[in-house]
Design a protein around this ligand. Sequence first.
Ligand code: HEM
Ligand SMILES: *[C@@H]1O[C@H](CO)[C@@H](O)[C@H](O)[C@H]1NC(C)=O
Ligand SMILES: *[C@@H]1O[C@H](CO)[C@@H](O)[C@H](O)[C@H]1NC(C)=O
Ligand SMILES: *[C@@H]1O[C@H](CO)[C@@H](O)[C@H](O)[C@H]1NC(C)=O
Ligand SMILES: *[C@@H]1O[C@H](CO)[C@@H](O)[C@H](O)[C@H]1NC(C)=O
Length: 336
Amino acid sequence: MFLFLIFIINILLLLTSSSSSDLRPGFYSYTCPQAETIVKNVMKKALLREPRSLASVMRFQFHDCFVNGCDASMLLDDTPSMIGEKLALSNINSLRSYEVIDEVKEALEKACPGVVSCADIIIMASRDAVALTGGPEWEVRLGRLDSLTANQEDSNNIMPSPRANASTLINLFKKYNLSVKDLVALSGSHSIGKGRCFSIMFRLYNQSGSGKPDPAIDLGFRKELNKLCPLDVDQNVTGKLDSTPVVFDNQYFKDLVAGRGFLNSDQTLFTFPKTRGFVSLYSKDQTEFFKAFVEGMLKMGDLQSGRPGEVRRNCRVVNAHFLSQHKKMHNNDKSM
Ligand code: HEM
Ligand SMILES: *[C@@H]1O[C@H](CO)[C@@H](O)[C@H](O)[C@H]1NC(C)=O
Ligand SMILES: *[C@@H]1O[C@H](CO)[C@@H](O)[C@H](O)[C@H]1NC(C)=O
Ligand SMILES: *[C@@H]1O[C@H](CO)[C@@H](O)[C@H](O)[C@H]1NC(C)=O
Ligand SMILES: *[C@@H]1O[C@H](CO)[C@@H](O)[C@H](O)[C@H]1NC(C)=O
């Protein structure tokens, strides 16, 4: 009787898994009960290997969910017939640590082949990245499907520039039903990780074409940044996004209040009246920041395109290609 019940529940799970709108906690509790532990263990290993990789993986959630929903489209490699998102303006020479997701996927495929989507891996791994670096932990809703395609142009058109000001960012987030509060809290993700000189050269030397630096930068901090990123620097050189880049805390907001934000899109949150109050609040109250951050991550994680999808076997390729490649390899084996 008990087995029969499990059987029925599994059928129900299979039936519902094709509709992506009903995300829920415990989605894999029957089909892959170890899923969340497996993800966390790989993230723990990544933390020991290179602490920054946790920030890099956490950033995936933003770049995935804003472009046609959380569907792992940004993990697809380019193919002769599809220009993917990896080389899009905001991603090229910038997104990194794709291999951490590969490692998670490999471990999950070993334990429960074909069950856990890459889109859900991004959501779980992002949650773990925050928790493992000192931030809050939360329960994630799961059951996403992976896209069948990716779109570089959409990414180019959507993802915000580091030059953006707060009113541009408010408008962008509003399109996703994300509030001003969500915007400020989610920007607190820059409590961990690094950015390139490339992303701040304009604000150091030619803010808005003025030929001058951004006046919102604290003078002492500007001197530090000028040293890190002189005019003739290799613009791939990186700097910390806040003064404690491997700890997820509210230091980012304290830095903004002090005029020590790295990106223009960060500092503008303190300059603009509509966002300033939240920056001040989070700089003084880490608990409020953590609460708002979790809310924002859950809302952002619920963004869905409603398009058809699948559970990819390899996060970099759609199953149709993956399987045909395997068949080819198999046929070659036979002919040898
Ligand atoms: C509000 C608009 C945002 C803008 C304009 C923005 C822009 C950027 C830029 C320019 C960088 C540095 C890239 C480079 O120089 O190579 C960066 C890094 C990062 N972003 Fe954002 N971001 C935004 C929001 C978010 C959100 C919502 C998240 C996640 C919830 C996020 C997570 C990160 C992380 C963790 C890094 C560091 C990555 C690493 O060290 O590899 N960002 N962001
Ligand atoms: C913010 O940036 C946008 C786009 O660059 C610009 O049109 C707008 O005038 C700026 N807003 C303010 C208040 O500076
Ligand atoms: C935002 O909310 C409105 C009203 O609830 C809904 O119609 C719309 O689809 C939502 N947009 C997104 C991107 O979720
Ligand atoms: C600053 O930017 C403006 C407008 O983009 C440009 O015309 C000017 O040449 C730049 N100045 C310098 C010193 O790069
Ligand atoms: C950064 O490095 C990449 C790859 O090595 C190179 O193609 C690119 O031109 C460099 N970017 C900048 C801004 O120097």
